[in-house]
Design a protein around this ligand. Structure first.
Ligand SMILES: Nc1nc2c(ncn2[C@@H]2O[C@H](COP(=O)(O)OP(=O)(O)OP(=O)(O)O)[C@@H](O)[C@H]2O)c(=O)[nH]1
Ligand SMILES: [Mg+2]
Length: 461
């Protein structure tokens, strides 16, 4: 059933000059309000047809003047984005015209939509499940192609479908346990082996879904990739070559970079947050020491480290210290300046450290070996596997928490069955697992979650 909320309106196109601007109106009064501000010659007083595109004008009745030439159409509930009546007006002019039109619409009885309110209504009217609604927000915010692709898949409901399928399997389990408890005469006693088998399968599936979280998070937020190394090895040069612009200052003087510098970089659709840092060495210089402290904290929070050494030099104690600092992180040793010397000596030194990682040979200044480096990065990030293209992945902490709770409850249920605890215990765990997963697709009323999510949307979506 469509709930009757106030009719809302907002500018749906992003701020800035665009070819067209869109204003959406949603609610039971959408059409009536739109018609108050429009003059549509083709109508001649008749009611417009659903989904038919009309040409007309926005008119300021008080001044009897045309504000803009527009395109107009409307959708009838429940067949619209929000599930309500939706009217859309496409203007041609810039932001001033859009604002004026919106003003007229508000004066005609609509209220200004809050951020995310269109999508929230779509959700509340049962048009989208919660994961799809979040996906819309991701789509708006996605800052890498891969992120956008994931958002599309989720919008399509890959995650939602998986979760709903799992929910119905859990419900089936609960039902079969309850039935064998309540009607022992009519039904066979509980088959523990079969129950354990299903539980194990469910647990494995949820575990696999959970394992996609880190990947999903990386896709969305960008992988913090910190470039470290001794002074003057060419870290800033590497950053510049990857970006293809002179972003960081490069000089022949050691200790040039004093502060961390961060830039987004798109590697085959994966967003990297490339971080250039101050070279690590013993220093008395106060500013340089502060820079070095920042380098250390950047290492702590890094997802991936590019450790640069100089092909012209031997491995130094400072390099070894650095190696021990980063050894527990995913990192790639990078031998730079191979245009000056082939770097076999330092490669052998690196081998002696027993790092178990193949160094990548580059010459950052002339831009050699960068493809190898890019390939090494993507291999390390995705362990040679392409990003999951058709399977659902978890991209939100909230998703991860729900799935992990559900998995814990399934595991607890397995233990209860194995320990021959009373059947009631199984049901309790299964219900908890169900609730944890149900919150993921927003089944049941979870006002807080809903408010939180939709507050992050921008107005007009
Ligand atoms: N021949 C050659 N020179 C390079 C290469 N990469 C960097 N350099 C030179 O090495 C010097 C130091 O480069 P930077 O990029 O400033 O080094 P850095 O590691 O950022 O140094 P700090 O900021 O002081 O820690 C500069 O003179 C660069 O031109 C390279 O691949 N080949
Ligand atoms: Mg530098």
């Amino acid at each position: 059933m469509i709930k009757d909320y106030q009719t809302i309106a907002a500018i749906s196109t992003p701020p800035g000059e665009g070819g067209i601007g869109i204003i959406r109106i949603s609610g039971s009064q959408a059409l009536a309000i739109a018609l108050k501000v429009l003059q549509i010659p083709g109508l001649r007083g008749k009611t417009p047809k659903v989904r038919r595109v009309y040409h007309g004008y926005v008119v300021d009745q008080s001044k009897k003047e045309k504000v803009d030439e527009v395109i107009f159409f409307y959708f009838k509930n429940p067949n619209s984005y929000t599930g309500e009546d939706v009217a859309e007006i496409q203007t041609h002019g810039g932001i001033a015209v859009l604002r004026k039109t919106l003003e007229l619409i508000l004066a005609a009885g609509a209220v200004l939509a809050e951020a995310g309110e269109f999508t929230k209504r779509a959700f509340l009217n049962g048009r989208l499940d919660l994961t799809q609604a979040e996906a819309v927000m991701d789509l708006i915010q996605a800052n890498s192609e891969e992120g956008a692709k994931q958002a599309m898949l989720q919008l399509d409901g890959a995650l939602g479908r998986f979760v709903r399928k799992t929910l119905s399997r859990i419900l089936n389990l609960i039902a079969s346990i309850e039935v064998s408890l309540d009607f022992p005469e009519d039904y066979d006693p509980l088959d523990r082996e079969a129950l354990l088998a299903v539980l194990a399968e469910l647990e494995a599936e949820l575990r696999e879904l959970l394992s996609t979280f880190k990947q999903g998070n990386l896709v969305r937020q960008g992988l913090k990739t910190v470039i470290v190394g001794r002074p003057n090895v060419g870290k800033s040069t590497l950053l510049n070559s990857l970006l293809g612009e002179d972003r960081a200052i490069v000089t022949a003087t050691a200790g040039t970079t004093r502060d961390v510098l961060e830039e987004y970089y798109n590697l085959e659709g994966i967003t990297l947050r490339l971080v250039d840092t101050a070279g690590l060495r013993q220093s008395q210089d106060e500013i340089e020491m502060m820079g070095i402290a920042r380098t250390r904290s950047a290492i702590d929070t890094a997802d991936l480290i590019l450790w640069v050494v100089d092909a012209e030099e031997d491995l130094q104690d400072e390099d070894r210290e650095l190696a021990s600092l980063i050894k527990d992180k995913p990192y790639i040793p990078v031998i730079n300046k191979t245009d000056l010397r082939h770097g076999q000596k330092i490669a052998a030194d690196l081998k002696d450290l027993d790092l178990n990682r193949e160094p990548v040979m580059i010459a950052a200044a002339p831009g050699q070996g960068l493809d190898d480096l890019r390939q090494a990065i993507s291999q390390l990030v995705f362990a040679g596997k392409a990003l999951a293209k058709n399977t659902p992945i978890l991209t939100k902490t909230r998703h991860q928490q729900s799935v992990s709770q559900a998995m814990e409850q399934i595991a607890a249920c397995q233990q209860a069955v194995a320990a021959y605890l009373p059947e009631d215990c199984y049901v309790i765990h299964l219900k908890d697992a169900y609730e944890a997963l149900a919150s993921l697709v927003g089944e049941g009323s979870y006002d807080e979650i809903i408010e939180n999510i939709f507050a992050q949307f921008c107005v007009g979506k």
